[in-house]
Design a protein around this ligand. Structure first.
Ligand SMILES: C[S@@+](CC[C@H](N)C(=O)[O-])C[C@H]1O[C@@H](n2cnc3c(N)ncnc32)[C@H](O)[C@@H]1O
Length: 410
């Protein structure tokens, strides 16, 4: 391996869970353990300046930054649900105002529910195959809840109310909840599934409120700035001191389906391209050419011998990753650090050295590789096995380790 990898058990955090530091307010796939970020920032004595996460997902890097003492952080993601979750976690809202908004919301909701005919006055949202995914009762309940959330004028309070709403959408739908992809429950399970979405929502609201008020609110000081944009990251010359991120491991269709996971929530949130998001994420646009140079070139040619189309798909992903690293590298000031936490996925039995690729591309863009730590993966909320050969029943370990790639701008 060209760029040094050191197995470091300190970063395994055996037995620790995500929840111990900053419990998530909403489920999200492939979340990063905030402890990793905190300890890497400490170990490399990162400057207490501006942090960037170009693929921020549900915002774990901001939890790390906050714990480390950073007060200015910037995030980007093109999944609207990810942006909503991140914003809600790191926006300070007066707890009394939230409680008052909840009391008003609840009494309006109950008043409305007294007359069964009221529902006829509300227009239904457009959801693809709505009756395949939701029972009639759940559709009605969600429509009413969403109507009263939309009445809330304050954007931060409204966003907060949308978090339990999105969880209610997923958990009261006919999707199998332990999968990230959209699969419907088995017929037998459907018959016994009759959730009361209004009660579910109110309970979720209270659970999330108690997590927010206990774990987040006390840490969200007035001088904290967490700016999260719903877009691709664009270069900002030498503006940031630290990059801390866990980028996707591969295209969304064949690795972690962020778009599918979020599709129903995004549709209920009014995003009309909700079903197209996987195609918009890194590696989503197909390529007709293979990468033949650099560290990844040989691996892609091995895949090409087995499956030409897959080799092109993999090339599309690495092209996107490289373009984004160029923008990110330009945006870091001299002496600043970049910390990427990635897994090396396997395609057609070829394990792709994404950690080496990242180090190589940073070095090409005025960085020096400091070290890559290898950690055992035991906590990440994602499958560690799949069937890359697409043969039923045949599985290989795709990712039992994760790599923490640390580089410095020179
Ligand atoms: C591994 S997840 C990040 C998870 C995050 N660290 C957390 O703990 O929630 C990768 C994220 O990259 C986002 N993403 C993929 N392609 C992107 C792109 N081109 N621009 C911005 N975000 C992108 C996905 O939507 C996903 O949320």
């Amino acid at each position: 391996m060209k760029y040094q990898i050191v197995r470091n058990t300190k970063y395994d955090y055996t037995g620790q869970s995500y929840a111990s530091l900053y419990p998530n307010l909403h489920k999200y796939p492939a979340t990063m353990l905030p402890q990793i970020g905190v300890d890497v920032l400490k170990e490399f004595n990162a400057e207490k300046g501006r942090l960037l996460d170009p693929y921020c997902g549900s915002g774990s890097s901001f939890a790390s930054g906050l714990e480390y003492g950073l007060t200015e952080m910037y995030g980007f993601d093109i999944n609207p649900l990810a942006v909503l979750i991140s914003k809600s976690r790191f926006t300070k809202i007066d707890l009394n105002k939230l409680k008052q908004a909840y009391r008003d919301f609840r009494s309006n909701l109950f008043e409305f529910l007294k007359d069964e005919d009221n529902i006829e006055t509300l227009s239904r949202p457009y959801i693809t195959n709505i009756e395949y995914w939701f029972s009639k009762d759940v559709i009605n309940a969600l429509t009413i809840i969403k109507y009263f959330i939309d009445e809330i004028k304050n954007t931060n309070i409204k966003n907060f109310f949308l978090i339990p709403f999105s969880e209610t959408v997923r958990e009261c739908s006919y999707t199998r909840n332990n999968e990230f992809k959209l699969f419907r429950m088995k017929q037998d399970d459907l018959l016994n599934f009759n959730p009361d979405a209004v009660s579910f929502y109110l309970k979720k609201w209270n659970d999330i409120f108690s997590l927010y008020s206990n774990f987040y609110f006390p840490k969200l000081k007035d001088d904290l700035k967490v700016d999260i944009q719903y877009s691709n990251f664009q270069t900002r010359d030498e503006y940031f001191d630290i990059v801390l991120t866990s980028p996707p491991y591969g295209d969304s269709r064949t690795t972690v389906a962020y778009g599918q996971f979020s599709a129903l929530s995004n549709e209920w949130l009014g995003i009309d391209y909700a079903r197209k998001i996987d195609g918009m994420l890194m590696g989503g646009i197909k390529s007709t050419q293979n990468i033949s140079n650099g560290i990844i070139g040989d691996y892609i040619s091995q895949i090409d011998k087995i499956d030409k189309k897959r080799a092109q798909d993999v090339s599309a992903f690495y092209n996107d990753l490289e373009n984004s690293i160029v923008k990110t590298a330009n945006s870091v000031r001299k002496g600043g650090k970049s910390i990427y936490i990635v897994g090396n996925r396997t395609v057609k039995n070829v394990q792709l050295p994404t950690d080496q690729f990242i180090a190589e591309k940073f070095e090409k863009n005025n960085f020096r590789h400091l070290i890559t730590y290898k950690r055992a993966l035991s906590n990440k909320a994602m499958p560690s096995r799949n069937s890359p050969t697409n043969e039923a029943g045949k599985t290989v370990n795709t990712m039992l380790f994760e790599y923490i790639v640390v580089c410095e701008k020179i």
